[in-house]
Design a protein around this ligand. Structure first.
Ligand code: ARG
Length: 480
């Protein structure tokens, strides 16, 4: 232990309090990569001999986390292990380095790989939703505002709204990735080092896109963690809105869909129950991810430069937030790809609550030339009748409010029927972004193109990382 020689023994309680070993499981593999890259660079710079470099790399190769002994964190435990295998010369691995730049580098490496996986999983969910939208461009549903029937739309239009939110989430994660995949390595404790290290070399060996240049900033900042958690929190908020609809739409009151048994639970007392527990937990875990963000932000707030041990407390929130977000994406993908929509029920419901009232008012404006507000008042009175309107009602009420009968100004019974038909309402709403099937088909095509563009970029990033790490592996193997 680093403290033994000078500070003496401490109690197990204090040791446990200081320890990050539990969370460090997440950065163990990354630490081995960081160690190897650093060793290769030291050797190339003539700061350690090839012989000692090879010996340390040989000790690190095939090292499993279960081989490690005590230590307040994984970095210390790995170094102790190397010392036990190589002897005091093994201590050269920490030349020109601190745990401060080491841990920041490890978190970035582990996080970038999680982000790549998350983006893959999210793309799959988006793909599932677009595929469903494609199947349902003609499925009429009631659209809601204030959770009240508002106007008819299509299931495709509704699903595509979620798709666009998720695509923005993907863009946010992609953008955060650019600032995650930067190397703090070589910053040492914060003040760089007098050894002639090569930061660009370790950056390249580890597949980073560039450096976190200022050595003080490099060890101090966890803004990349906050940014990732913020993107995850917004993602979760979007997912929770989807989950909420799965819950609502699967009630007997709505009856719009049924979740597959795989994603439902029953009750311990009520044998008839089929509960949407997965969707409820997606909704619930949103609170937990936001909690991770708030915790991480609160820990970072007002920390003086540079490294402070408080930063250790941030990392577990990152992994928790990431785990919950990734599992939620996968579970909702499963729910969405297996559920059954009750399209008959949806279409029937689209007629309830006079959802066509807006179109009736619009039709009156278009055919009689009356101002929209006047038409709004007329249809409002019609709505109060609480029954399907006929021409007699319409003429009577319009005469009272507007001073003329619509039937005398070109508004006929067929127009009334058309205005009251949800399907023709939807067909009429053919402006950009509207629910008309032709418009949604066009959006679907463009979303597919967006998905393949993102998948291509993602593949490129993954390749770049994999190629670098493969080279690092081969290179370090050649040194053994
Ligand atoms: N376990 C520590 C962390 O996660 C590693 C860095 C420790 N640095 C130090 N100066 N004590 O932040």
């Amino acid at each position: 232990m680093f403290r033994d020689q000078r500070l003496g023994e401490i109690s197990q309680d204090v040791l446990d309090y200081l320890s990050s070993r539990a969370a460090d499981v997440r950065i163990f593999e990354a630490d081995l990569l960081v160690d190897k890259a650093h060793l290769i660079m030291l050797q190339e710079q003539g700061l350690i001999s090839l012989e000692i470099c090879s010996k340390i790399i040989a000790a690190l190769d095939g090292l499993k986390i279960s081989d490690l002994g005590e230590g307040e964190d994984v970095h210390e435990a790995i170094e102790s292990y190397v010392l036990s295998r190589v002897g005091p010369e093994g201590g050269r691995m920490h030349t020109g380095r601190s745990r401060n730049d080491e841990v920041a580098t490890c978190i970035r490496l582990a996080l970038r790989s999680e982000m790549l996986d998350l983006m893959d999983e999210l793309l799959s969910l988006v793909q599932t939703q677009v595929t469903l939208a494609e199947e349902h461009t003609d499925t009429i549903i009631p659209g809601f505002t204030h959770t009240q029937h508002a106007q008819p739309t299509t299931l495709a239009h509704h699903l595509l709204a979620h798709v666009d939110a998720l695509l923005r989430d993907l863009e946010r994660i992609e953008d955060a990735y650019k600032r995650v995949n930067l190397s703090p390595l070589g910053a040492a404790a914060f003040a760089s080092t007098g050894f002639a290290i090569d930061r660009f070399r370790t950056c390249q060996l580890l597949g980073f896109d560039g450096l976190v240049e200022n050595s003080m900033d490099a060890v101090s900042t966890r803004d990349f963690v906050l940014e990732a958690l913020a993107a995850l929190s917004i993602l979760m908020i979007d997912l929770s809105r989807m989950a909420e609809e799965l819950i609502l739409w699967s009630t007997s009151e709505f009856g719009y869909l049924e979740l597959d048994n795989l994603f439902a639970s029953t009750s311990s007392i009520m044998p008839q129950k089929k509960n949407p527990d997965t969707a409820e937990l997606a909704r619930g875990k949103t609170g937990s991810v936001i909690g991770s963000l708030v915790s991480a932000m609160t820990i970072c707030k007002a920390l003086p430069l540079s490294y402070n041990r408080d930063l250790q407390e941030v990392t577990p929130h990152l992994w928790r937030g990431m785990d919950w977000a990734r599992s939620t994406v996968r579970i909702l993908d499963g729910c969405m790809s297996t559920l059954k929509f009750n399209t008959k029920e949806m279409e029937a419901a689209s007629k309830a609550g006079f959802t066509t009232a807006t179109e009736l008012a619009d039709s009156l404006v278009r055919s009689t030339g009356m101002p929209f507000r006047t038409a709004h008042r007329i249809v409002g009175r019609i709505a109060a009748l609480g029954q399907r309107p006929n021409m007699t009602d319409l003429d009577r009420i319009a005469l009272e409010i507007a001073g003329f009968r619509p039937s005398e100004r070109g508004f006929c019974a067929e127009m009334l029927d058309l205005a009251l038909d949800p399907r023709s309402n939807v067909a009429l709403r053919a402006n950009t972004g509207g629910p008309a099937p032709s418009v949604c088909k066009h959006m679907i095509e463009r979303r597919y193109a967006q998905i393949s563009g993102m998948a291509e970029r993602l593949e490129k990033r993954r390749k770049q990382v994999e190629t670098a790490l493969l080279k690092l592996k081969e290179f370090s193997a050649s040194l053994r």
